[in-house]
Design a protein around this ligand. Structure first.
Ligand SMILES: C[S@@+](CC[C@H](N)C(=O)[O-])C[C@H]1O[C@@H](n2cnc3c(N)ncnc32)[C@H](O)[C@@H]1O
Length: 204
């Protein structure tokens, strides 16, 4: 599996938000919805080897993790309202320290970045922190197949979060000189991985 972690600093942490206002009162939930779509959808299918972990830190009950698992996922369509609706259903559940399944392939629990990174460290996963001024992803000698990629939202990543990630990360990676949207970064990272996994035949 490959895992993506996206930190939603303002994302509402209860299900009482409107699907008509994902960028506003839902606390930039639109960013997270687009990340779900970029990480999971192919043109005619779904990437089954992907987990997306949304770390929700907004009011009124900060510190929830919603996980989308490509292997088991159902009822997701490639539009923001669809992923928003599955997040909303997850947030309507009582979150505990342990995962509760809200719909097939979507899970919720209490927790934050520190908990997630600790789990990945214990699983001996390769954690990559995405930052504009990191090492060029194209020059890395093979990304690990069991990689975990950590990205910020429109607010980036705080110093405190950066300390938590950096303690256990294998590398800080840049995918280019310009600051891109988180969902676009995911598309580019997956494209890098696709090329590594299925090298293009050489043309004569
Ligand atoms: C919209 S950007 C954050 C911009 C935010 N205003 C800031 O100053 O940090 C969202 C996230 O995408 C990732 N990102 C954006 N551009 C990137 C790049 N060129 N290389 C690597 N990661 C990038 C980073 O993880 C970043 O936190």
């Amino acid at each position: 599996m490959k895992d993506f972690v996206i930190i939603g600093h303002k994302a509402l942490t209860t299900g009482d938000f409107s699907l008509n206002d994902l960028p506003g009162s839902a606390g930039r939930m639109d960013i997270l919805c687009r990340c779900i779509n970029s990480a999971l959808f192919l043109s005619h299918g779904m990437r089954r080897d992907i987990n997306v972990h949304l770390v929700l830190l907004g009011e009124p009950d900060p510190g929830k993790i919603v996980r989308f698992n490509g292997e088991e996922l159902r009822y997701l369509n490639p539009d923001e309202r669809s992923s928003g609706s599955l997040i909303k259903k997850a947030l309507e559940k009582d979150a505990t320290d342990y995962e509760t399944r809200s719909t097939p392939g979507v899970w919720i629990r209490r927790g934050g970045l520190e908990k997630l990174i600790k789990e990945f460290r214990e699983e001996k996963r390769n954690i990559y922190y995405l930052r504009e001024d990191g090492e060029d992803i194209g020059k890395i000698n093979g990304l690990a197949q069991n990689a975990v990629f950590v990205l910020g939202d429109h607010m980036g990543v705080t110093d405190e979060e950066e300390d938590i990630i950096s303690r256990d990360s294998s590398a800080t990676l840049s995918i280019g000189p310009l600051s891109l949207h988180s969902d676009h970064c995911i598309t580019i990272i997956l494209n890098e991985l696709d090329r590594l996994e299925q090298p293009q035949p050489k043309k004569d």
